[in-house]
Design a protein around this ligand. Structure first.
Ligand code: BDR
Ligand code: CA
Length: 315
């Protein structure tokens, strides 16, 4: 088994990422921690508890920080709705919130582990940034961080910044400069990791309560996609499962391609705050700290996602 900790801000695609993780018992999920991002901490922790309970997973869920390290929280209500899950309702949680904070739980689990643990992060990096500041000794226990965030080219929050990094650039920079290996599923790859409206039909055909909920969430989510000047209507209907990439990479790295580069986060800038500056051309001369993914085998990725929904429909 592969020991992992998942730090997330559910969030529609976060819930899809959790689904993929739950469907693969070879992932030993030691802990789920929650982040403010797509919605407030109060809502993301509720969603994580409700979804984990609905999936009948007996996993510790711990609450993280309430706000980004420096910036004022900006949530993604348009993309994920007032409740964070596009108005799709899961029954009240049956599992209790951990008595430990996210930072305490991460620290204790990492230090107690004989093996290195992979951190999967699908929200802003606030919790992990704070963990590394408070307990730098955990670094050696982290195998790598599989992170959804950033972009080498083009943003979804500003012309150049991706949402997760934009929300808490300071936390992201702490993590990026920590020396821990990072695999970055930025928009470069996550925009290629999409399902089409036709494939949504295949999910609907599974026919389970869960499959119906997935379809409802993804329909809400696709309506929030902003048209782009360059690509046209076909492109704007692609349902990009950003966060799923961070889990899929851990399970099946062979589906992805990327390059090792030096990456830094722009903390200030009239237009560019929260941008990941990816040094593809080795202009800084600094050593690579991030594997920047750019390509995914979309067919296999979608197959893996559909199988996960099928598997988790029996729970
Ligand atoms: C990221 O931002 C959030 O809206 C998604 O959950 C994903 O983590 C994509 O930019
Ligand atoms: Ca997310």
């Amino acid at each position: 088994t592969i020991p992992v900790i998942i730090d997330c801000d559910p969030g529609i695609d976060d819930v899809m990422a959790l689904t993929l993780a739950f469907a693969h018992p070879q992932l030993d999920i030691k802990l789920i921690t929650t982040e403010p991002g797509n919605q407030t901490q109060e809502k993301t922790v509720y969603n994580a508890l409700a979804f984990t309970s609905y999936m009948k997973q007996n996993i510790e869920v711990a609450k993280g920080l309430e706000a980004p390290i420096f910036r004022k929280l900006k949530v993604a209500k348009d993309v994920h709705g007032d409740d964070g899950l596009g108005g799709v309702h899961f029954p009240k949680p049956t599992i209790n919130l951990s008595k430990r904070t996210a930072i305490e739980a991460m620290e204790e689990i990492l230090l107690a582990s004989d093996e290195q643990i992979i951190l999967i992060a699908t929200g802003p990096l606030t919790n992990i940034g704070a963990l590394l500041l408070a307990h730098p000794e955990v670094k050696q226990k982290i195998k790598y961080i599989s992170y959804m965030g950033g972009a080498a080219v083009g943003g979804n929050m500003s012309p150049t910044a991706e949402f997760n990094v934009y929300v808490d650039p300071h936390a992201a920079e702490i993590v990026f400069q920590s020396g821990i290996p990072i695999v970055m599923s930025g928009l470069d790859v996550t925009h290629k990791a999409y399902v089409t409206l036709e494939e949504l039909g295949k999910i609907e055909a599974i026919g389970s309560d869960f499959a119906q909920k997935v379809v409802a969430m993804l329909k809400f989510y696709v309506n929030a996609i902003k048209p782009t000047v360059f690509h046209g209507p076909e492109y704007d209907k692609r349902i990009r499962l950003h966060d799923l990439c961070a889990v899929s990479y851990v399970l099946t790295p062979e589906l992805f391609d990327g390059d090792d580069c030096y990456v830094a986060v722009e903390l200030e800038g009239k237009y560019t705050a929260g941008t990941t500056v990816v040094d593809y051309g080795q202009r800084t001369g600094l050593p690579a700290n991030v594997k920047v993914l750019h390509t995914v085998n979309r067919e296999k990725f979608v197959e893996q996602f559909l199988e996960a929904i099928q598997t988790m429909s029996h729970h």
